[in-house]
Design a protein around this ligand. Sequence first.
Ligand SMILES: O=C(O)c1ccccc1NCC(=O)[C@H](O)[C@H](O)COP(=O)(O)O
Length: 207
Amino acid sequence: MSRVKICGLKTVEEIRMVNDLLPDYVGFVFAKSKRQISFSQAIAMKQNLSAKIKSVGVFVNAPKEEVLQAASLGIVDLLQLHGDEDWEYVQQIKAETGLPVIKAIRVRNREDILRGEELPCDYLLLDTYRAGAYGGCGEVFDWKLIPMLKKPFFLAGGLNGENVQKAVSRCCPFAVDVSSAVEEQGRKSEEKVRKFLKKVREVQKYE
Ligand SMILES: O=C(O)c1ccccc1NCC(=O)[C@H](O)[C@H](O)COP(=O)(O)O
């Protein structure tokens, strides 16, 4: 049964909306992005978030102190490292925060994914590679590149209400992750999030 992460929420209103729909995870983007939020925004959002939904802090090559601060503020239940963080960085963040770590891999080829498996993280997140952008691009990568993996993985990159059932059946991810396709004018759309969740839950009913 694939879980669902809705990434890039920016407001308490969006939090109230997902509290009714209950995805498994929401992502708070602290990296430079059109979806970037501050720690004080995240505090208000986490205070209003249902205890049934876990919050994931998304960082790109951040100073370790920044990640440790987010962990100590209690605004994140998991950490997503979405940049070029190496083995030592991942290991240190995991040891010092005690939080589960998701390491994002921007996939160009199968070797990128296999190298990711060697990192001391709890989960991988497989996303589309696009030069000059770290994430949230809304583009699909070639799922045929995904090998058999030992680690559970989040599948990201251009997922939407039309392709997510195929993605779940073909790739069997631990979770699917979406951002761009559930937005309307830069905000998460209730209708699109609802449809995405329905599609994921539907495919699993028939398996
Ligand atoms: O979403 C962003 O703006 C972002 C910026 C920098 C690093 C990571 C970012 N997002 C991480 C995610 O987990 C997204 O959900 C993932 O990249 C998929 O996005 P999309 O293809 O738009 O569904």
